[in-house]
Design a binder for this molecule. Sequence first.
Ligand code: CDP
Ligand code: CDP
Length: 235
Amino acid sequence: MKERMIVAVDGPAGSGKSSVSREVALRLGLTYIDSGALYRAVTWFYLEQRHGPLDASIDFGRELGAIALTQEFLPDGSSVTAVNGTDVSASIRDEAITKNIGVVSDAVPVRNFVNSLLRRWSSSRSIIMDGRDIGTVVFPDADVKIYLDASVDVRALRRIKEYGEMGKTLDENAVKNLIIQRDSQDKSRPFGRLVRAEDAICIDTSEMTRDGVIEEICRIILEQSATEPTPRERQ
Ligand code: CDP
Ligand code: CDP
């Protein structure tokens, strides 16, 4: 393995980015960074403040100075994300966050704020980071870029199963519609939109097991780490 590896994993909601990246990190000794959790944490902060739905008229840049975000990747593969010292790891998964996150992620000051944290946290260690714009905006010179995809139907079923395991029953059509809506929002935002980087390796995971995807990504990373220096390393 090279001294410092940057692995970018992008793709739509439910394509398997987070669960797969966490396990790859554990197997290869990388630190996993969950960029989506930071957008969720900023959304949590504004929802706490406003006690109501967020909309595009809010100046999301104004209070970013009052938000201190931290994230720790634990040896069991989980992450702890905190806002001003409060552990929000569980609350940022609430539906209210998912419903309101679009307008927050659209705000350019929020994106700049999150991106500079992500770069700072990655400056002195090998990382695997997942999100929407990691290989295009955050680390355009990443050593390895992966784009994970899967059909809407498969992604919806995965979400339903995931929630089912937590004892929650979700309506299939409602989940599908939310995924379609979030895909469209993620793919159409003016800055940092979800798009496959030209040099990303695309893996359609619709018919693949989680373990199959993990093994494939580990293989790609190990292969890349044994090859020529990347543009970033030459700088
Ligand atoms: O886990 P899931 O796929 O539901 O989403 P996530 O990775 O937690 O990201 C939640 C939301 O944050 C996305 O729908 C985007 O609106 C935003 N996001 C973003 O704009 N850029 C990123 N690099 C990561 C997430
Ligand atoms: O982070 P993202 O929203 O892209 O997806 P995730 O949260 O990692 O995965 C969503 C669900 O799909 C999880 O319950 C995974 O265990 C599951 N999954 C799967 O069934 N098969 C895969 N190949 C990848 C993920």
